[in-house]
Write a protein that binds this ligand. Structure first.
Ligand SMILES: [Zn+2]
Length: 369
């Protein structure tokens, strides 16, 4: 291993946090940065507002959250004194798990941990650190509901196939591609027909990481077909304890494609987009999904296409991905696109309409429009 660019910081991080990963080793380039302080010394995210620093980063377990995956990134210039300044440069540090370093106070606390003999350390009160989670027994592996039938084996007149056809799909083709099941749930003593949509998570290969990732069942979504059979019947059911925010639905297919990936809200939206689509299963990008997206889909264009009523949420997601990509020196584009005119979400559109929108957005970006 070559020498770290900032041996002093590296040694201190090793002493305090145990193990340090070096990212972008040896890189000293300076790019436009997207994290800065405003006049009230509040940490802000923005694009190209103030030139900052990038290059070599040191990744450690974040001390402010129960991180065990080295999500806290410190730039090699973190903690150094800019010319003419009596205060160290503390902004190029970011927790990708939980955005823990979100105030000037937190920046100083981190500095006090790394340099406990410094003057700043004497002024700062260290917070009570949440205990790292002890090795809890792994949760039971999720299973599909019992008595499921593969939809691809059902006749086209079956309500499950008819539902898929009504949404504009070739029922057997989409059922095969997405491993859809049909299941009759018993809810309040009534038999309720639902399509069970398996949700997989990406499992990185121990050596080749995401280039040879495999999939593992992480839960499912069971969508009601037909009219609600009782009052307040939920449109979707999930297995108990399923953490939707830890999943990017469709990632196991998108990882094996090339070109742009398209982030949408729901499963049907993904089916319409095709293998490049991934669903947030909501309107927000959780820190877990964010982390997965930055690592597994690095250097690929990301298009965010949420429902028509979620333009603000889409903008927020776009800017947070841009911030993360800047820190990781990933300059691939991140764009917000709307569903086709007259469609309230991608699921209402046809696959051809969506392809046109995606191609056009990429063409405009490449032409600098
Ligand atoms: Zn953290």
């Amino acid at each position: 291993m070559s020498m770290p660019l900032n041996q002093l910081l590296y040694d201190r991080l090793k002493a305090v946090f145990g193990h340090v990963n070096i990212v972008n080793a040896g890189q000293t380039n300076i790019v436009e940065k997207t994290i800065y302080y405003d006049r009230q010394r509040k940490l802000r995210h923005g694009v190209g507002i103030r030139p900052g620093l990038s290059g070599e980063e040191y990744a450690v377990n974040c001390p402010f959250c129960p991180d065990t995956g080295k999500h806290l990134y410190l730039n090699y210039r973190w903690g150094t004194y800019p010319q003419g300044s009596r205060f160290p440069n503390l902004h190029p540090a970011h927790c990708f798990r939980n955005n823990c370093i979100d105030s000037f106070e937190k920046c100083k606390q981190l500095f006090a941990m790394v340099f406990p003999d410094s003057a700043i350390a004497r002024q700062v009160k260290l917070p009570a650190i949440p205990p790292k989670q002890a090795d809890a027994p792994p949760p039971p592996k999720p299973e599909l509901p019992p008595d499921c039938v593969l939809v691809e084996q059902l006749p086209l007149e079956h309500p499950a196939c008819r539902y898929l056809a009504s949404r504009g799909f070739d029922p057997h083709a989409i059922a095969k591609g997405r491993e859809l099941r049909y299941c009759e749930f018993r809810e309040h003593g009534i038999i309720v027909p639902r399509i069970v949509i398996p949700c997989f998570k990406l499992v990185p290969h121990p050596e080749h990481m995401y280039s040879q990732a495999t999939k593992e069942l992480a839960g499912w979504q069971a969508r009601l077909i037909g009219p609600p059979p009782y009052e307040d019947a939920p449109k979707y059911r999930f297995p108990k304890g399923m953490e939707k925010s830890r999943l990017l639905y469709g990632a196991e297919k998108a990882i094996h494609t090339t070109g742009p990936v398209v982030l949408v809200e729901g499963t049907v939206d993904v089916w319409k987009v095709g293998d490049h689509g991934m669903a947030l299963l909501g309107k927000t990008l959780s820190s877990n999904q964010y982390d997965r997206l930055l690592r597994a889909f690095s250097s690929r264009p990301v298009l965010v296409m949420l429902d028509n009523d979620a333009a603000d949420a889409a903008k927020k997601i776009v800017s947070s991905i841009i911030v993360g990509r800047h820190i990781l020196d990933d300059s691939a584009p991140v764009l917000s696109v709307s569903p086709p005119p007259g469609r309230k979400d991608p699921g209402e559109a046809s696959s051809a309409e969506l392809r046109t929108i995606i191609t056009e957005a990429m063409r405009k970006y490449e032409a600098g429009e």
